[in-house]
Write a protein that binds this ligand. Structure first.
Ligand code: MN
Ligand code: MN
Length: 509
């Protein structure tokens, strides 16, 4: 029997719209679940998915991808890669699996919402494959992480993170609930597929894959590249939806939603991928600095995507560009300081040679962060343990759930807040404050970790009580994986103004 070419039957076969008779269209596609832009089914008919595939093709391609990734893993299983690799890279793996696996699983449901409530057949079709993709990502990454559970129980967090109150989980859930779960399918297609998947997943999955290859971690490099090929496909859902929305005059709202999502994703990715690339990956294996990667893969691609659609760059674009040299350095230092709260061991990565690299890639690094690391290194050398851990929780942003740090010695005080419903909300940045102010009713109920402590939800309100609340148990708590050996290499600080540093550092830490 002869088979028709796909192009001859695809449009008819995927067109699953029908005229409902038992329920009204509004009951079938309630606005809050489907489309708060309010386009009709007829208007959505213009939706043209740029990537057309059939179930038969999908299954063939995916099965090949899976067998490739699993065979590379099996072939390398006896190589003892993990035991022989650098401690920084071991912790890149712990951080990745713990932060990512649960998010992948939640996005099965994000895509599922579009499968049910997307108003265009091609959109629902692509989202069906997207949902299957995400199931694969959750499963395959859990499986790869499981191999390492016997090496360190911190790998257990691949399955555990999002069942806990870890601050990483609170931040991840807040972002995903807002952009990928808690809105109508049309808004989600913008926030989740356009801003998160198209805008940012390249950062974690392609940026780290390059470093993984350099590290000789072919198993991980293959795994995450395999995942990213799916993301690149289903991320196109959003562009196609945006074209329809913009054609019907919804630029203002679409732009606002893009701006919200891009910033929220940026705040979360920066603290995960930034330290991995600029502090954990061994110096000689670094492919690019985090900032170089951002500028090449995120800024150029995202700017082009916006321009092609006729959207503008987010209003805070200059602040974003500026922050590519700042946020992950402050975030890294803060995470090192609260390392007990992490499910990985947070490598400092500031030996003299590493600092030289950081200064070259980020001129002024020594003056901003190096000075603080000098104080920490000196405290470590002198065994002043009490000064190497925080005495209290930091102030946490009520939007992104990341600490309200900033540039040391330059406006790192909490400069952004809003009052709503009788309480004050603090923010790390102007864009986070703006997100809250656009729609405070959406966000006012969220409690940051610090809010929970102040509200008496964390008992006893001590460091130990907080660690228990985060479900981070003895044996899992992050440490300095080099046991401060790096601090001894920094024994002769190259930096000046030592007395001055002490004065500032006590304010800060
Ligand atoms: Mn995924
Ligand atoms: Mn995805």
């Amino acid at each position: 029997m002869g088979l028709l070419n796909r192009s001859e039957w695809y449009d008819i076969a995927r067109d699953t719209n029908w005229t409902p008779t038992y329920a009204s269209v509004d009951e079938l596609f309630p606005e809050d679940m489907s489309d708060t832009f309010g386009l009709t089914l007829e208007q959505w008919n213009a939706y043209d998915e740029p990537y057309k595939t059939t179930y038969r093709e999908y299954v063939q391609v995916q099965s090949k991808k899976d067998s490739d990734a699993y065979s590379v893993k099996a072939a390398l299983a006896r190589s003892n890669f993990y035991d022989n690799t650098n401690v920084g890279w071991q912790n890149v793996l712990k951080m990745h699996f713990g932060a990512v696996c649960g998010l992948e699983y939640s996005t099965v449901l994000s895509a599922g919402k579009m499968v049910r409530f997307g108003k265009a057949p091609g959109w629902r079709n692509m989202a069906t494959f997207g949902s299957l993709d995400e199931m694969r990502h959750a499963q395959i990454q859990l499986y790869f992480a499981h191999e390492f559970v016997t090496k360190s129980r911190q790998f257990d967090w691949a399955a555990k993170t999002y069942q806990t109150n870890s601050w990483v989980a609170i931040a991840g859930r807040a972002m995903i609930d807002d952009g990928s779960m808690g809105r109508d399918a049309a808004s989600m297609s913008i926030m989740h597929t356009f801003a998160l998947e198209q805008g940012f997943t390249n950062l974690q999955f392609l940026g780290l894959a390059a470093d993984a290859t350099a590290m000789g971690d072919h198993s991980f490099a293959n795994l995450i590249s395999s995942v990213q090929t799916d993301e690149a496909r289903h991320a196109q859902i959003g562009t196609a939806a945006l074209k329809v929305l913009l054609a019907h005059g919804h630029k203002e709202k679409a732009q606002r939603i893009v701006d919200i999502a891009f910033w929220r994703n940026w705040r979360l990715f920066v603290v995960l991928t930034g330290p991995s690339m600029d502090y954990f990956t061994p110096l000689e294996k670094r492919h690019q600095s985090f900032k170089e990667f951002i500028l090449e893969f995120i800024v150029v691609q995202f700017e082009r995507a916006l321009e092609d659609l006729g959207l503008d760059k987010p209003w805070y674009w200059d602040q974003f560009l500026e922050s590519t040299s700042v946020y992950h350095h402050s975030g890294h230092l803060e995470m090192w300081f609260v390392r007990q709260t992490l499910f990985w061991d947070h490598k400092a990565g500031v030996t003299p040679a590493e600092r030289e690299w950081l200064e070259e890639k980020y001129p002024g690094w020594n003056d901003r962060w190096g000075r603080l690391w000098d104080v920490i290194a000196e405290n470590a050398r002198e065994g002043r343990e009490d000064k190497l851990f925080p005495a209290a929780l930091p102030v946490i942003c009520n939007i992104c759930s990341i600490t309200c740090g900033g540039v040391p010695y330059d406006g790192h005080h909490i400069g952004h807040w809003s009052d709503f419903g009788g309480r004050r909300y603090y923010f790390c940045s102007e864009p986070c404050k703006w997100i809250f102010d656009v729609e405070p009713e959406r966000y006012h109920g969220h409690m940051s970790l610090t809010d929970r402590l102040l509200a008496g939800q964390i008992q006893p309100a001590t460091i130990e009580g907080t660690l228990q609340y985060l479900s981070i148990m003895p044996g899992e708590r992050g440490s300095d994986p080099e046991n401060y050996a790096w601090a001894h290499q920094c024994a002769s600080p190259t930096l000046i103004h030592k007395a001055d540093v002490h004065g500032h550092a006590s304010d800060r830490l």
